[in-house]
Design a protein around this ligand. Sequence first.
Ligand code: DMJ
Length: 617
Amino acid sequence: MSKLPYSTKDVHYDNDKFRHRSHFKVISQSLTNSSTRISCANCSLGKLLMLLLISGVACLFLMNKSSPALETNSVHNATFTEFTEVAYQRPPRLWRRPPRLPPRLTPDEMRKKDSSLDDSKWVLRQQKVKEAFNHAWSGYKSFAMGFDELMPVSKRGTDGLGGLGATIIDALDTAMIMGENDIVKEASSWIEKNLVSRINERGQVNLFETTIRVLGGLLSAYHLSIGGNNSTNPEMLLEISKVLGDRLLLAFSSSSTPIPFSDVYLKDKVARPAPDGLSSTSEVSTLQLEFNYLSEISGDPKYYSEGMKVLEHMRSLPKVEGLVPIYISPQSGQFSGENIRLGSRGDSYYEYLIKIWIQQKNRRDTDLKYLYEMYTEAMRGVRHRLVRKSIPKGLVFVGELPYGAQGDFSPKMDHLVCFLPGTLALGATKGMTKTKAIESNLLSNDDIENLKLAEDLAKTCFEMYEVTSTGLAPEIAYFQIKGENENGPHGGNTSSEYLNDIIIKQLDRHNLLRPETVESLMYLHRITEDPKYREWGWQIFEAFEKYTKVESGGYTSLDDVTSVPPPKRDKMETFFLGETLKYLYLLFGENDVLPLDKYVFNTEAHPLPIIGLVDEI
Ligand code: DMJ
């Protein structure tokens, strides 16, 4: 094998040195190359060739010298035109400088180099999310410790969720995932000292909110602390979960049907229906991931069986292509009204159908295939009945049927619906990457259609942020479908190409720091591996930083995302720490942290292990 003009050792030592190869070095190295030397010296033809080579080198050296014209025209004195004209008069060169060589890395090394640069960008961005979490916690701790939520502008606390210190419990597993050990200690010790007495002393709580935020938070912190974070005692978390779970079971035992009441009175140990007698469909069907896991770790099946009765019952109720009204009566056990939507009161019914099936799919003793079928049918119903495209630019959105199957379609989409892209993607690949699912031939036609819808909807959800002056989404958007209201109320970002597709009404312009879009971006990034989802997430995070951060600590909800500066609403919802910042942190981090084929996230972003797959983290 002929030798290289420079050694490979040099290349490995420092590539940059070899980016520019001097003629002299290249030629002299080839002359001193031993094999050339030996063969040249050994014959007279060789000597002749050597002579020719030396005269060639001399000739090249002379031709390569700068032209006299250029030497007499100093670059500093000549105008640009003079300089270029002179240059153009030069005789064409026979010998040109060799181009700068790219670094001599193998394609593999090149890829690694690029991705490590990219990785470090995301490590820094993830760090920014951690800083935001610290800022949120420090505001809460300074002004509202022990209250449910922080009012960051007026610097005080408020109990909007029954007074169980909801922010502390919602934030605990986020702090664990981020490795914020001081916060973990503070939160755990507050829970250990206060939570049981709060459960015994406080009044009315909502069954759903308390289950997803408080019970869900305790359970995932329990799981993450087993054999891991020793500043939290998992046994303590399990004991408190049982106390709370038992109290919440009153909502089931007080009802004469499998549909639980919506409110539990903790101190009095009773449960009652909401004033209008109805429960929300999403609320009664968004308890089971938590109750099932509590049965799993406590060994007591009662939580599982009460929760699952709701879904078994709902299985037999009439539906519109799998779609259900947003209210249900615990007295009759029947759906109430005809209003069908995937926004408030409907959303997580669909989310939990697939997630409970995933959570339980490895159990041999139960057959929950019916949940998978209910989900598949419902998503067909969504695609058939609720999905439309806006005009003029064709954003895909999910609307509503406020008067049921026979009534008019409403092009209204709550920000809450933005959970759907993530759930659709998860349901399609079951947590695998899209590439792997395709290679393994695992996607059905429904899965493929759902995945496509997931990607289209994720774009729409992102554009709901992009279209406003603040870069933050409103609570509710309407989509243009008839060409009316062309100059109707819009988001204010005149450089958005979707300005006329998205209508934002006066009363819908608030932003509560909600997580659904960044949640879906996290799923789509992990599943499709498309980097654009991370970039979108970063843009959203920057908008939160710019407009919702309160200097003295915490982040605030806004009254109007279409005006700058946006008026503040003075509330930091618990899900900003429990969900929004957690999903952003996971979006910017490694995909194998809490992998989607081993964990299901409850609707409040609390990761729970898929039964039979994970014993410890
Ligand atoms: C959270 O409490 C949960 O994500 C719930 O499913 C919907 N609403 C909020 C966040 O927006």
